[in-house]
Write a protein that binds this ligand. Sequence first.
Ligand SMILES: C[S@@+](CC[C@H](N)C(=O)[O-])C[C@H]1O[C@@H](n2cnc3c(N)ncnc32)[C@H](O)[C@@H]1O
Length: 217
Amino acid sequence: MEKLYPESGVELNPFVSKNYDKLMNILSFGKYKGFIHRAIRDMKIGADDAILDLGCGTGRNACLMMRYLGNQGSITGLDISGFMEEQFKKNCSKYPQAEFINHRIDLPFQLEKTYDKVFISFVLHGFPQNIRDNIIQNAYHHLKPGGTFNILDFAEFDMHAMPFYYRIPFQKGECPYAFDFIERDLKKMLSEFGFSHFEEHLYFRNYARLMVAEKIS
Ligand SMILES: C[S@@+](CC[C@H](N)C(=O)[O-])C[C@H]1O[C@@H](n2cnc3c(N)ncnc32)[C@H](O)[C@@H]1O
């Protein structure tokens, strides 16, 4: 797949796409599973929620979210990777209410329905700021009034103040857009698009965060 944003670390190569979940487990020294469980619990998913997952990846997160959903709940995952599509469909095969759509999230788009929750996990940091703005706008357009945008990603922190054993893997493994993202005020960014009533949950020694932002009207 050709990269639209050559410096992006979220437009994944085939090896990383095919082995994404395993790599996350290894790179986090086995802590990823517990972390993602906690973050999804903190989203306070309701049984009937319709959830839109932007850059959904392998469906690992969708399967965890499905545990909170009843028969009326649903998940729509959007992603551009064929490798991710294959894994999503396999992983979520027992959940008929989990669908995958091969769709870009970085350009303005309009799906036919609106959602109670929009979720985006470790995707937003990987784009230039004007593209992050497109994604936030897409999330806003696809939420029902009172719905929430749930952003699981790096928190705001000073990379140079990190202990070396965290800083070196972060500097080597992440893309320049991530270095920019951690210095930005996410609440301010979201407020500019009309989001408010923020709730924050911090994980991984405060280097990762779930930001929950509400669409008021
Ligand atoms: C770092 S992975 C995160 C996957 C998943 N959200 C998770 O937390 O496990 C980034 C994902 O974003 C997808 N992606 C990258 N650029 C995209 C775009 N423009 N539109 C939709 N998906 C995109 C990739 O294919 C990949 O699945």
